[in-house]
Design a binder for this molecule. Sequence first.
Ligand SMILES: [Cu+2]
Length: 149
Amino acid sequence: MSQGISRVSAWSYSAVRTTAIFTLALACLFTPACSDEPSHESSDEPSPNTVVHTYTLRGKIVSLPDASNPASELKIHHQAIKGFKNAQGEVHPMRAMTMAFPPGPEVSLQEFAVGDVVEFVFRMQWEPTHEMSADSIKKLPADTELVFE
Ligand SMILES: [Cu+2]
């Protein structure tokens, strides 16, 4: 755990992580936008038992975790992920949406505010367990143009 995260925050992040995994599963497995034209691509698994895909995304912060409210989450309205892959490495594009992202262990959100335009690495691990995170979050100029389609 990084030094910048209090014990209270760490607890709420793990609750956030669990919630977000289910949110992602629902968003991606059960919406028509996510099942468009599956195609096969090579996947990035570093070993036979690990499947991790990463995407560099841009979006706008919609909400931030609040230690006093365990239900609060980092939510980002992200641009479409045209190359989003499922556990089998098949591409299922994800439309632009507001989604909860558990902050990665190295991430401090203290510098960020709702409304900030950010770029971050979305890490999606499918195997051995489903885990996702937002890593390497950095602020972009406020006038950076974002396309949500
Ligand atoms: Cu999404």
